[in-house]
Ligand binder design. Structure first.
Ligand code: HEM
Length: 162
């Protein structure tokens, strides 16, 4: 692990970032926060709908703006996060919150891949009225998603306090 973090910290990209001025880290942190806000804001609305809130609004209608917004927020959070970590990567060695956060992000992505393959999700996007069993499946998927991203955010916030 140390070798990997040391390699990241000594990379040409990290050197360039560190030499780019005192505002660089702060601006990357700002991008990280904007990415997190877009990701979690969108996920919160979609997942609460999957859990049964606002039943009069079709899932397809809610998914149309929230899914691309969550994807864009995720890409911004991941790219800014990688750049932030490269600033002083070895400082994060042994940080349990980072070690929990990164695999949970991978789990969150796997969960998205699973949801997209669920017949219940496909039916919902096609506007088919869900039966009770499908509603339950979607509610479980929404709950897992919410817990996953809340865990990532909590770990992200705690990294600096270790
Ligand atoms: C590969 C992906 C990611 C990497 C490498 C990464 C890395 C980082 C780093 C280095 C920090 C600063 C820690 C510190 O020194 O205080 C941070 C903060 C944070 N990250 Fe990430 N991150 C990633 C993705 C995400 C995602 C997807 C989320 C949320 C869904 C997230 C949530 C947070 C939060 C809430 C903070 C605290 C921000 C603050 O208080 O200023 N991160 N992340």
């Amino acid at each position: 692990m140390f070798e990997l973090l040391a390699w990241v910290e000594q990379s040409a990209l990290a050197d360039t970032l560190r030499g780019a001025g005192v505002w660089t880290y702060g601006l990357l942190n700002l991008a990280h926060i904007l990415g997190i806000g877009s990701l979690f804001g969108a996920v919160l609305i979609l997942d609460l709908r999957l859990l049964g809130a606002w039943r009069s609004i079709p899932i397809a209608t809610i998914a149309r703006p929230t899914v691309p917004l969550a994807a864009a927020g995720f890409l911004l959070a991941v790219s800014s996060g990688i750049l932030m970590i490269s600033f002083n990567a070895t400082e994060y060695l042994g940080n349990p919150f980072l070690y929990i956060k990164l695999p949970v992000i991978v789990f969150g992505l796997a969960n998205v891949a699973v949801i997209q393959r669920l017949p219940a999700w496909r039916h919902a996007l096609a506007g088919v009225d869900a039966e009770t069993a499908e509603r339950r499946v979607l509610a479980v998927a929404g709950a897992i998603s919410l817990l996953t991203w809340l865990t990532v955010i909590t770990c992200g916030r705690m990294i600096g306090y270790w």
